[in-house]
Design a protein. Sequence first.
Length: 127
Amino acid sequence: MEPLDPVDREAFTNPTLQRLWFFVYLLPIFGMIPALWQLSRRGSDRQTRHVSRLALLIGLIWLLGYGLLNGATSVSEAQSLHHGLLLFLNSLWGSAYFLVNLGLMVRLWQGRSLKLPVLQRLMKYLP
């Protein structure tokens, strides 16, 4: 008798379900967790690793920028023009993150490539 596998392998090999998982990986903020989980698993195919790396890298860049902008905002005086500018930049940063993920989802839905030339060099450093 074959041992029970807690993870259904069909969910990662069926092309339709695999594409659905790609959409999950590209969800802003929440998609980083399944993308990281997928990268920690062995035996995933090249396209799955690529989408997981991309989602994780975009999420980590957003998180770093968000933390830096929030830190700079908390240090500046509350009534200064500098404080207002930092809050504005922080909102733009968050909106850009969501729009990039939405744009990648649209490209995935259209069947186009998800390669971003700016991030290709950084992606090779992820597992």
